[in-house]
Design a protein around this ligand. Structure first.
Ligand SMILES: Nc1ncnc2c1ncn2[C@@H]1O[C@H](COP(=O)(O)OP(=O)(O)O)[C@@H](O)[C@H]1O
Ligand SMILES: [Mg+2]
Length: 431
């Protein structure tokens, strides 16, 4: 909590203390506290007022849980708490009011988390583990509230090019190596592999969100997302393949909005058909990682997708990542590929069969399982480049390199065989 320090108190702070109004909640809380290795006597009966009274005469704990249920004006009482709490104390509020505005106001007044009653052991455990990580992490100086958020959409030119491999790897790198709170949203609703790559069950969170977009708020995402590590939460589905996707896309936009508030990075695994159906998904995205292979079909679709992005998401910084690159064994060489898409390939990730197998075997993302490989190293570079992108970036990367038709003509003329010529319907979209 960003509170002024209290003079005269120093030394041994307790790891934890709680001030909870009702016995039912205390009964749920105590066993979890014992499990965490803390003293159950630190779970006091009483609410926010009692917390303020006690802490005005004793050192505040590292993690403090306070019940707002009996407080008529929680925000005001929180300010009173801030005056008696030592800096660094991580405060978890609990209450019975399910109101996003209150939740946001509490967060902006320095509260770390808000748990809704009735409490459940799992919910308390998650919140405490998270609070411990926050307490242990290096403290930001005051004024860190205006954090910027980077939202990255990873789009494959075609299925199988490695978009999900990249998306899960980037999410893992941001969260585990850069220690930045990250959300991974897997919008391959029926066949997504985000959870699978992290060795997790997808849960029902995303399906619930699609079915009930009006329920999406900070508390909803807190509960619905599956935690992959201290800094990574994922929302994905393995929707039954007997049912078509019934959504107007509003749930996805709302989720993106909530992620902006709750995380510093969002990674969206965005199948290209979702982009056709829900173009507004790209409206707040800062970075687009367009993943491609060095094939004819991928070149065609890279051209079409780049053109789409130029028209519909010109604010986003676009990186073209060639994946599964095998020197000497590509359908289309690098120079020709770049000429046809009229821009440079930003990163080339080598084809590495062993690395892919290793990732599957370990149940870890490609980047985590293959730290020492060239492919893993390049994905790390992509991660750094995304982290370096910021909200205001201009989209120079999308600017046409030269006047357009030429590149497309080159592309046509380089096709070796009749078959290939016939098979290349070069899209001559109006730019
Ligand atoms: N650089 C690479 N080298 C070898 N195999 C790769 C590479 N990148 C991805 N793969 C493999 O390709 C397959 C398809 O990848 P995936 O990320 O699911 O593609 P997409 O999401 O674009 O359909 C996976 O089995 C993955 O392990
Ligand atoms: Mg995929």
């Amino acid at each position: 909590m960003n509170a002024p320090w209290k003079s005269g108190s120093h030394g041994n702070r307790d790891a934890f203390a709680a001030y909870v109004c009702d016995e039912t909640s205390l009964d749920v809380l105590r066993p979890v506290i014992i499990e965490m290795g803390w003293q159950p006597e630190k779970c006091n009966k009483g609410g926010l007022r009692n917390a303020v009274q006690s802490l005005s005469i004793s050192a505040s704990p590292n993690i403090l849980m306070v019940d707002l249920s009996e407080s008529g004006d929680p925000l005001n009482d929180i300010n009173a708490l801030a005056e008696v709490c030592e800096p660094g104390t991580v405060v978890i509020a609990i209450g019975q009011v399910n109101d996003v505005r209150l939740y946001r106001d509490l967060l902006s007044s320095g509260i770390h988390d808000y748990l809704l009653k009735p409490l459940s052991p799992g919910q308390i455990r998650d919140a405490l583990v998270n609070a411990q990580a926050i307490f242990a992490s290096p403290k930001h100086s005051d004024g860190a509230s205006a954090k910027s958020h980077i939202s990255t959409a990873v789009i494959g030119t075609r299925g199988g090019v490695g978009a999900s491999t990249l998306a899960t790897s980037l999410a893992w790198l941001f969260s585990a190596e850069h220690k930045v709170p990250t959300a991974l949203l897997d919008l391959d609703i029926h066949f997504g592999t985000g959870a699978l790559a992290l060795d997790l069950e997808p849960g029902r969170g995303l399906t619930d969100a699609i079915e009930n977009p009006s329920r999406i708020d900070g508390l909803f995402i807190e509960r619905a997302m599956i935690r992959a590590n201290d800094n990574l939460a994922i929302l994905s589905a393995e929707a039954p393949i007997t049912a078509p996707l019934m959504t107007d896309g509003s749930a996805f936009v709302q989720l993106e909005e909530e992620f902006r508030q709750a995380f510093e990075m969002t990674v969206i695994d965005l199948p290209r058909n979702m982009l056709i159906n829900f173009p507004h998904l790209l409206s707040d995205v800062n970075v687009v990682v367009l993943v491609t292979e060095m094939t004819l079909a991928s070149a065609r679709d890279a051209i079409r997708l780049l053109s789409w992005l130029k028209t519909n998401a010109n604010h986003a910084q676009v990186m073209v990542v060639a994946n599964k690159v095998q020197p000497g064994a590509a359908e289309i060489g690098k120079a020709d590929f770049e000429a046809s898409i009229e821009r440079k390939i930003t990163f080339s990730v080598p084809f590495d069969f062993k690395a892919a197998a290793n990732s599957a075997k370990l149940g870890q993302t490609f980047a985590e399982a293959n730290r020492a490989t060239k492919a893993g190293g390049t994905i790390r570079d992509i991660g750094k480049a995304v982290m370096g992108a910021s909200d205001g970036l201009e989209s120079s990367s999308l600017a046409p390199a030269k006047k357009s038709l030429l590149g497309k003509l080159d592309f046509k003329s380089m096709m070796p065989s009749k078959k290939a010529k016939a098979a290349v319907p070069i899209p001559l979209e109006a730019d």
